[in-house]
Design a binder for this molecule. Structure first.
Ligand code: ZN
Length: 300
């Protein structure tokens, strides 16, 4: 659920309940890189250059405990909001507030007086009267404090390049994949290879590149991996442009995401006809995630 104008960044609670209480294992509600980037764009104008007046921790027990140091932000001004992989990095003079949405986290910029809801664990209250509020029912998200150049958990230091940066370019995947026998889809979803290629976008990119998700990474030609690199950039850019797949405004009455989901070519379409050749799309599990592919258009 994201609305740029309101500074909303959240997946819908109704969707999450729908997903985890049914046998439908499609994880279209977990924030992926495009959703986090849209979130960054959405909250930035509301919080940059604003001063923190209060820090409220209602429940510190997220993926890691929220550290007491976050209280030192009172009186400090937000300098910038950056993103690395799926981490939001809110910059202050003394360090960085790191936020992660986990499986079900949502961030909103709301009026301070807005009633506190269940699972509203963390507030960053600003002197403007606005509040950055984190809601996270499953509590896999994170609120951490990083002093200057400090990354004790190593969350940011071991990550591969950003997929939309110039570091992710021709030859990169080919060199990384050399002698690797791991399936290409698993390889793409490894944050040490490249960050932010989540399950949905890995499925879509491999379909568009005509590569079977089970193909061994090290067996694929440099030419095909370079084409895949371009397609990953295109797919992620398109998702960011459309506001992420979990936009509230485009959520249908049955809780499924809206128009971007309809433009997904294979993800969530197992058993349906391939849009290119009409062959029935197949679904397998890889690393416990759904892989959907066309046995005709995609090759090892
Ligand atoms: Zn096909």
């Amino acid at each position: 659920m994201v609305s740029l104008t309101d500074g909303y960044c959240q997946t819908t609670l109704a969707d999450i309940k729908l997903n985890f209480n049914t046998k439908n294992t499609y994880d279209t509600n977990m924030p992926e890189l495009p959703e986090v980037e849209v979130c960054r764009l959405g909250i930035s104008p509301h919080i940059i250059k604003q001063t923190v007046s209060q820090v409220i921790v209602r429940n510190a027990r997220l993926r890691w405990p929220i550290p007491d140091e976050v209280k030192t932000l009172v009186g400090q001004q937000v300098l910038a909001v950056d993103r690395r992989a799926k981490y939001l990095l809110i910059r202050f003079t003394t360090g960085t507030l790191l936020l992660h949405l986990g499986m079900s986290g949502t961030i909103r910029v709301i009026e301070q007086a807005t009633a506190v809801a269940k699972h509203d664990h963390f507030d960053l209250v600003l002197t403007s009267g606005k509040t950055l509020r984190l809601n996270d029912p499953r509590r896999f998200g994170a609120v951490l404090w990083l002093e200057q150049n400090e990354d004790e958990l190593g969350l940011l230091t071991k990550l591969g390049p950003e997929p939309l940066s110039d570091d992710f370019t021709d030859g990169y995947l080919f060199n990384k994949a050399k002698n690797r026998k791991v399936p290409i889809k698993t390889f793409l979803m490894n944050n040490h290879v490249v960050v932010g290629v989540g399950n949905i976008y890995a499925n879509e990119a491999l379909f568009q590149a005509g590569i079977l998700p089970t193909a061994k990474a090290g067996d694929i030609s440099e030419q095909r991996l370079n084409a895949l690199t371009d397609i990953i950039k295109t797919v992620l850019s398109a998702a960011i442009k459309q506001g992420g797949t979990t936009l509230k405004d485009f959520t249908q009455a049955d809780g499924r995401p809206g128009y971007f989901a309809q433009s997904l070519l294979v993800y969530g379409r197992a058993g349906q006809a391939c849009i290119t050749c009409k062959e029935t799309l197949l679904e397998i599990r890889q690393s416990n995630r759904s892989s959907v592919y066309c046995p005709n258009c995609q090759q090892a």
